[in-house]
Design a protein around this ligand. Structure first.
Ligand SMILES: Cc1cc2nc3c(=O)[nH]c(=O)nc-3n(C[C@H](O)[C@H](O)[C@H](O)COP(=O)(O)OP(=O)(O)OC[C@H]3O[C@@H](n4cnc5c(N)ncnc54)[C@H](O)[C@@H]3O)c2cc1C
Length: 787
């Protein structure tokens, strides 16, 4: 990561960069990496980063004259059960959106590509010819050669021992030999990354784990190069190496590594062998490659690698200290992603923002509580062991749970809540009715909780439901210049926020969404911003970054101070009338307004809106009053059909209704015009706002893609987002969210379609749309508005 970032900084014109290395380059994890580069991923951002790595690795030798060991040997993924087959087929489908070559092949063809492989228990295989591998040290040598030719200075045997900050910014980096004044530091210290960040109080939630592969003696039958074989059901990857095989694994129970137990001068070192630990994997390997039983083992390699709580690495500027960037916690994809991630990081440093959506790896998705040693020690081995797991929708981690609990948590738990984790919070997914505990069986099709989900969904449309949305991010923005700052950052006009709830995007220079949120003025110069559960760190950082030196504004994260209860459904007004003497009529409490009301014994701020497309209110309640409000509502709601509902229902309700979600339909790369959200942009307000120029230009030129709604009637279609959209047999885009819509009784999605060559109207009128789910095309109905 250090070599790639330095290379890209130099390539992009920086001339005053030094690379500091504690020992020798590559002496940490990189030197012993298996160094495979596989582009088929389950996530768009990571797929794009690996694709960028392939572009770099396949040309770097020509550019620098230094061998990189790049071999485009392809990769072969096999499936032994239907879920795995769906998983790899979904990856093939996603890869089409990025023009990556991958296809399902017959078992006969798979056997020809890997003659040593047992195939009688396989049910499918996928081949991707453009994947490959590198020599990990060679690729670093080439990156350094390229960077040095442009003036990079490299200092080996120069450990960083301290960092000095001034006014919340990095000021210098201290080494055993010297102190270097600098405005930017990039922490690419691998498994030591958390310790480096801790020098200045920055969170870097990563933890080392032991990571194994073994090398066999020579095998006559190995004719290199073989494609990398992914037998994820056997927790294995295999390829040729030195005339024998390299057999690596992500075992079902990983081993955390305590850094305090490795010596300070650990360089080009390995960890002790552990044959007992690896034995079940060896059995799997012999099952897949029977000839291994007769083959000697040259060495069992155990090396350290860092893992994060969600199996995605840490990239970007830390929200705590300006100028301190992270590029670490690589979760065993540091070679595959390193080229692309280094490029993205360099662009981020130079331009102040990345050129593509990097939210899945953005350091600001974490909160400090996820950085405690206890949490990381429990979670990191689970991360390792799930690395090859089937990417079912809704899969939950089991370790390091219950870090952040809503004030209503125990009430919800007693009411049967099944919880899902997000940013350390526990959020109800659904409620098991009276003692009917549903085992959350995972599936790409109808999940075990389908019927409960349906009941909650219908109750919102037909009666009334209560969602605990206390995990929403809440920011208090206050000070002399709060209003002018927010007018500059928000695309909508916030001047009437004293009684109106303002829905607005905060846009970047390109007109893309840095966030979308609702905003209320609660007193002179005091604004209450409500944002997504995963977003308060990021949003606070964005606002703070944009406060100029002359401005007087503070931004406080108030997330834990307020609970949020949402009441939604046609009976919600009646319910509120039973617990409050305030006026909730249309004229007394118009849509998108807010004010203080009494609910039972408590005083709360109510806002008339819902995220599900029904009559509804969000109640912002001081945390200490959350229980009395909850109890009062439940007691009053029984005969109105009040049901508790979870995020599965919330999600299907909002998708059916076409409500955009940040991180899905909108992000830094999507503009309000493309997303069909122009109604929330006020071009006429007497303040200019960030992104306005770009939007006006786009308005003049016309958009080249547009968000649409899609439905598929086929009962076998269970969309979840990330599926290609075809029109007239041409690939025109991919979906951003998908669900089963219980009101529509079919699959429903949102997604972008490109309309450069063909006018959108013609496309919509002609029809012939299809959505590809796991390599199967389903006819789809497409419209601009919610179905
Ligand atoms: C067995 C195994 C197999 C793997 N196979 C693959 C694979 O097939 N494909 C893939 O993509 N990835 C694979 N990986 C993961 C990949 O190798 C890593 O993600 C990657 O090498 C990490 O690179 P890095 O630059 O983040 O860390 P490192 O290579 O560890 O570099 C960090 C550097 O920081 C230096 N440093 C630390 N502290 C200081 C300090 N105080 N001052 C100065 N310098 C410091 C260290 O000396 C080190 O050189 C594998 C890993 C292992 C262990």
């Amino acid at each position: 990561m250090g070599c790639s970032t330095a290379y890209h900084l130099m390539k992009n014109g920086c001339r005053d960069v030094v690379l500091l290395e504690r020992a020798k380059l590559t002496s940490g994890t990189t030197w012993h990496s298996a160094a495979q580069v596989r582009q088929l991923r389950s996530n768009e951002s990571i797929t794009k980063l690996v694709q960028n790595s392939v572009e770099l690795y396949s040309t770097l030798e020509d550019e620098t004259g230094q061998a990189t060991g790049w071999k485009q040997s392809g990769s072969l993924s096999i499936a032994t059960n239907p879920d795995r087959l769906t998983h790899i087929r979904r990856q093939v489908s996603l890869s089409k959106a990025f023009r990556i070559d991958a296809e399902e092949i017959s078992l006969k063809e798979a056997a020809e590509k890997w003659p040593l492989m047992r195939t009688d228990d396989l049910i499918g295989a996928v081949y991707s010819p453009s994947d490959g591998r590198v020599g990990p040290s060679d690729i670093c040598a080439a990156l350094i050669k390229g960077a040095k030719s442009k003036g990079l200075q490299v200092f080996e045997d120069t450990p960083v021992t301290g960092i000095r900050t001034e006014n919340g910014r990095v000021a210098s980096v201290q080494t055993t030999q010297n102190e270097i004044t600098c405005e930017t530091i990039v922490n690419c210290a691998g498994i030591w990354g958390r310790n480096i960040a801790a020098m200045i109080g920055v969170s870097a939630p990563l933890h080392a784990c032991e990571h194994f592969y073994l090398l066999t003696e020579q095998m006559d039958s190995v004719n290199s190069p073989l494609p990398t074989l992914s037998d994820h059901d056997g927790h294995l990857y295999l390829r040729d190496e030195g005339g024998g095989l390299l057999v690596g694994c992500f075992e079902p129970k990983g081993k955390a590594l305590n850094l305090a137990q490795i010596p300070e001068d650990f360089a080009f070192d390995l960890l002790p062998e552990d044959w007992n630990h690896i034995e079940p994997i060896l059995t799997n390997a012999i099952h897949r490659i029977p000839e291994l039983e007769k083959t000697g083992v040259k060495m069992l390699l155990n090396g350290p690698e860092s893992f994060t709580p969600d199996d995605h690495f840490l990239l970007g500027e830390s929200p705590e200290i300006r100028g301190f960037y992270l590029g670490c916690g690589m979760c065993s994809v540091g070679i595959a992603c390193g080229g692309g991630a280094g490029r993205a990081l360099a662009e981020w440093i130079i331009d102040g923002e990345p050129s593509m959506d990097l939210w899945p790896v953005d350091i600001r998705r974490f909160v400090p509580i996820q950085n405690t040693l206890k949490t990381l020690r429990e979670r990191s081995p689970e991360t390792l062991s799930l690395h090859y797991a089937v990417s079912f929708p809704g899969r939950q981690r089991q370790t390091a749970r219950n870090l952040r609990l809503s004030p209503l948590h125990h009430r919800l738990e007693s009411a049967g809540a099944e919880f899902a984790e997000r940013t350390g919070w526990e959020r109800p997914r659904w409620f098991n009715p009276d003692g009917r505990k549903i085992v959350p069986v995972l599936s790409f099709e109808k999940p075990g909780w389908h019927s409960i989900h349906a009941e909650e969904h219908r109750s919102a449309r037909e009666a009334v439901v209560l969602f605990d949305q206390s995990t929403f991010g809440k920011l208090l923005v206050q000070g002399r210049d709060a209003e002018s700052l927010l007018q500059r950052l928000c695309a909508n006009d916030i001047s009437k926020a004293d009684h109106r709830v303002i829905y607005s995007g905060m846009l970047n220079q390109r007109g893309g969404y840095e966030s979308d949120l609702t905003l209320m003025r609660i007193d002179n110069g005091i604004y209450f911003l409500v944002t997504g559960t995963g977003q308060p760190v990021r949003d606070r950082d964005w606002i703070c970054k944009n406060i100029s030196q002359e401005e007087n504004v503070t931004v406080t994260d108030m997330t834990g101070a307020f609970a949020v209860i949402s009441i939604a459904g046609p009976n919600s007004r009646q319910l509120l009338n039973r617990v409050s003497s305030d006026d909730f009529t249309n004229s007394g409490f118009p849509y998108y307004t807010h004010r203080i009301v009494e609910i039972g014994p408590a005083i709360v701020r109510a806002a008339r809106l819902s995220y599900v497309g029904e009559l509804g209110w969000e109640l912002y309640i001081p945390s200490e009053s959350a229980l009395p409000v909850f109890d009062a509502l439940r007691e009053a709601g029984d005969d109105l059909g009040l049901k508790l509902a979870g995020i599965e229902a919330l999600s299907s309700l909002r998708i059916e209704r076409g409500y955009r979600a940040w991180g899905h339909e909108i992000g830094p790369g999507e503009t309000p015009l493309e997303a069909g959200l122009e109604f929330a942009v006020d071009f006429e307000k007497p303040f200019t706002f960030l992104g306005k120029e770009a939007l006006l230009q786009q308005k003049n030129k016309g958009i080249s893609r547009r968000l649409v709604m899609l439905t598929v009637k086929d009962s076998k279609a269970f969309p979840q987002g990330g599926e290609p959209i075809w029109w007239n047999k041409s690939l025109v885009g991919y979906t951003t969210s998908g669900t089963f819509g219980h009101t529509l009784d079919c699959g429903v999605m949102m997604g972008y379609i490109s309309c450069v060559d063909t006018k959108l109207k013609t496309m919509l009128e002609t029809g012939f749309f299809e959505v590809e789910i796991a390599c199967h095309n389903f006819p789809a109905h497409v419209s601009l508005n919610a179905p």
